[in-house]
Design a protein around this ligand. Structure first.
Ligand code: HDE
Length: 755
């Protein structure tokens, strides 16, 4: 019946496969029966991207914008095609000699599809493999003008940014809430080219010289024989290294503190770690350290909570960041600098600024705010953006320069090198997420994955054939203009300055700046981590390091390990505390804090509704937890259940509210009589609710309730008059007090060490 010869040939081929039996026709094939399944066959407009998913407008290496269409081959056209743009009529069956016959090698579509799939993975980052990222905008305050000519720091200048947060040790699929340092890498797409601030949430580093980086990472990664443990520092090789290289003491102490287990990426500080050199319009230089200060404050998980989250929601931080941004709770950080005179010694108040194991306490050099970053859009595609983004501490703009910190020098080499192997060649700057938003005319040519079609014949400088293009910048606008710093006259040596030898004074400042609760957490962390080591010698060396920080730290850890506490082998100097290092003692905005409103589904639903609405209005996130899913109070204004007793667990919440029941005999918390198995029966509180209360209590969370909520607390063994436990007669009173408690993040009194 087909007049068209192509359709005729297709029909013949189909008959050869199906034996001419229309029952075996392939849906979509010319002349086939209409498909029996409900798949759209006509093009439909794709859903518009959510407003928060817009990627920064990419700019081609030639400076031209490259939206879909120009040079970017992805998802254009309406029909499914091969990689060569040939339309496909079928993609669910391989080409076979008969429906039960062998698959034919000639099936190009099959081979192309599988081959591409085989190569979908690229090597994960050797460190910082697991991460989550977001787009945003940075707005300069103009306050840094006296120290740097960097244009993006100018008053009200807006610069698109992309930020990737990460853990360091774990593989790409590891859990978010492990005890580890967090990466905090920011790409500023400035009009003067890209500036990357590739920092961490801890202001010091493990080592003082880049040459040891492979060693510390080999020690921290899983043991090479069994490849365990994943994403953990609690094992022999890590502690072997950090106790043999005592320069790691300061960073390790931060890791063992609450900073090692952040509550959220949104609640972490960020640090540039190294000292950088800023250059102003007159050419005058200043040494600086960069700081990111989160508007929501610095908050952490507690250790048991972090461990539970690893199993319950391994994507906890990733989800938290994406949910907050999608909900419009855009996280913000203020960028600040500590400034130091650029003297030949490069020290400040006796602190060597080139030693990356040192901080300069904020009390000595206050952090001065220079701009505000807001993260306001989630990536559209994890691989294209978060995985392929390539940071480099050497991506610098005019006005920002590096110093001679030997750790930084190694990094300036490493990041370019690693992208070549990870992203498959030297042209990774052409990947959309890595494209500068400034015009690029680089005379770099060819190479793997070259996607630009360069014009001209003279990619060298100077030339007369391409009209002399491209031209050089003037000294006033060029980047990488070397600051004329005098290099100390010396012989070539493989050694560090004597100032690099003091490994304990700075950790002592940190330890002595901690509150009692924070110290208790640090002791517990060392006791856990060293306790997981098998080698006695490593535990003993670990204790020696602690004794050299402060015998007060060593004593209780030694007791926990059941080993004698050694005496210090260095002089224990007095150390001036730096209150800015402690996370406690301040109140913070409660925006985005998650509060469970637990109900049995039949008690005081008006109270549930009121609590939910009041929390939302205050910028918090209420989650209604009920025995089963669906809606409550279908008759009136229905309440959507967001979590059930089966899906909820305390670690998801910053506070728990127990919706009171109207009176005795009507238990509001999904009371379940274990014997009768009847939901709603009185007398026995659901064990999952009891667990939620007990965990929230142990983790120092505010617990509130109204009306007869006290009964459930009693059943869970929680004293109703304990600090941070609020039971009142009305939902609104309870709510006020609980929100007040959340400003301090946790109920710290619960952790007070035994007298
Ligand atoms: Fe990195 N680091 N690093 N690092 N680093 C990498 O680069 C390296 C160091 C940091 O989200 C790698 O693209 C060396 C300090 C972050 O993509 C690699 C040394 C600080 C990220 C590399 C250091 C960092 C990385 C792995 C010692 C804080 C993740 C993949 C000389 C100031 C960036 C990659 C992202 C990633 C090398 C030390 C932060 C291999 C050799 C100090 C946040 O190039």
């Amino acid at each position: 019946t087909e007049k068209n010869p192509i359709e005729k040939a297709a029909r013949k081929a189909a008959d050869a496969v199906t034996g001419g039996n229309p029952a075996h026709d392939i849906p979509g094939r010319p002349g086939a029966e209409p498909p029996s399944f409900d798949e759209p066959t006509e093009p439909r407009q794709p859903l518009p991207p959510k407003p928060d998913q817009r990627a920064p407008a990419p700019v081609s290496p030639t400076g031209r914008p490259t939206g879909a269409g120009e040079g970017v081959r992805a998802q254009s056209g309406e029909r499914l095609t091969t990689a060569q743009g040939n339309r496909l009529y079928e993609t669910d069956h391989s080409l076979k000699a008969g429906p039960r016959g062998p698959v034919l090698l000639q099936d190009h579509h099959l081979r192309e599809k599988i081959t591409h799939f085989d190569h979908e993975r690229i090597p994960e980052r050797v460190v910082h493999a697991r991460g989550a990222a977001a787009h945003g905008v940075f707005q300069g305050y103009g306050t840094a003008a006296s120290v740097t000519k960097a244009a993006f720091l100018g008053k009200d200048v807006e610069t698109p940014v992309f930020v990737r947060f990460s853990t360091v040790l774990g593989s790409r699929g590891s859990s978010d809430t492990v005890r580890d340092t967090r990466g905090f890498a920011t790409k500023f797409y400035t009009g003067e080219g890209t500036f990357d601030l590739v920092g961490n949430n801890i202001p010091v580093f493990f080592i003082q010289d880049a040459i040891k980086f492979p060693d510390i990472i080999h020690a921290g990664k899983p043991h090479p024989d069994r490849e365990i443990p994943q994403a953990q520092s609690a094992h022999d090789s890590f502690w072997d290294f950090v106790t043999l290289h005592t320069e790691a003491t300061h960073h390790t102490l931060w890791n063992m503190s609450d900073r090692g287990i952040p509550r959220s990426y949104r609640m972490m500080e960020g640090f540039g770690v190294h000292t950088f050199r800023l250059v102003n319009a007159e050419g005058a230089t200043t040494l600086v350290k960069f700081h990111w200060k989160p508007k929501l404050g610095v908050h952490s998980l507690v250790w048991e909570e972090a461990q539970l989250v690893n199993g319950i929601d391994p994507d906890f931080h990733r989800r938290d960041l994406a949910d907050a941004i999608e909900a419009g709770a855009h996280p913000q950080w203020e960028l600040g600098i500590q400034t130091f005179p650029d003297t030949p010694e490069q020290t400040f108040e006796g602190i060597d600024l080139l030693d990356p194991t040192n901080i300069v306490p904020e009390e000595l050099a206050p952090v001065q705010p220079i701009g505000l970053m807001t993260l306001n859009a989630n990536p559209t595609n994890y691989f294209a953006e978060t995985e392929q983004v390539a940071f480099h501490p050497g991506h610098l703009v005019p006005g920002i320069d590096v110093t001679d910190d030997p750790l930084l020098a190694g990094r300036l080499f490493s990041y370019l090198d690693t992208q070549i192997s990870r992203l498959g060649g030297p042209n990774f700057a052409q990947i959309p997420i890595n494209r500068p938003h400034a015009p690029v005319n680089d005379m770099l040519r060819d190479g793997m994955h070259q996607t630009a079609v360069h014009t001209g014949v003279a990619p060298y400088h100077p030339n007369s054939l391409d009209g002399g293009c491209p031209f050089l910048a003037g000294a006033d606008t060029g980047a990488y203009i070397e600051t004329p710093v005098t290099v100390p006259e010396s012989q070539k040596v493989r050694e560090a300055a004597a100032s690099y030898d003091d490994h304990f004074s700075q950790p002592r400042i940190f330890w002595r700046s901690m509150s009692a609760v924070e110290r208790e957490h640090i002791v517990a962390a060392y006791t856990f981590e060293l306790g997981k080591c098998y080698e006695q010698a490593i535990k003993e060396r670990g204790l020696q390091v602690l004794a050299n920080i402060d015998p007060d730290l060593c004593g209780p850890v030694a007791e926990g390990l059941g080993l004698p506490a050694p005496g210090p082998t260095v002089a224990i100097e007095s150390a001036e505390a730096s209150p800015a290092l402690s996370q406690l003692g301040r109140t913070w905005p409660t925006d985005g804090r998650v509060v469970a409103v637990v109900t049995g589904g039949q008690g005081d639903l008006d109270g549930v509704r009121a609590a939910r609405d009041a929390l939302s209005a205050a910028g918090l996130v209420p989650l209604v937890v009920a025995p089963t899913g669906g809606k409550l109070d279908e008759g009136g204004d229905p309440i959507t259940v967001q979590r059930t007793y089966a899906t909820a667990r305390s670690v998801e919440f910053d506070a728990v509210l127990l919706a009171g029941a109207p009176g005795p005999g009507n238990d509001a918390y999904g009371a379940r009589d274990a014997k009768a198995g009847e939901p709603g029966a009185t007398g026995v509180v659901d064990p999952r609710v009891l667990l939620m209360i007990a965990e929230a209590y142990r983790h120092g969370k505010a617990i509130g309730g109204w009306a007869d909520a006290g009964d459930a607390l009693t059943a869970a063994g929680v004293p109703a008059d304990d600090p941070g436990v609020v039971v009142t007669g009305a939902a609104s009173d309870t709510l006020d007090q609980v929100t007040g408690l959340l400003g301090e993040h946790r109920v710290w009194e619960r952790f007070a060490p035994p007298a």
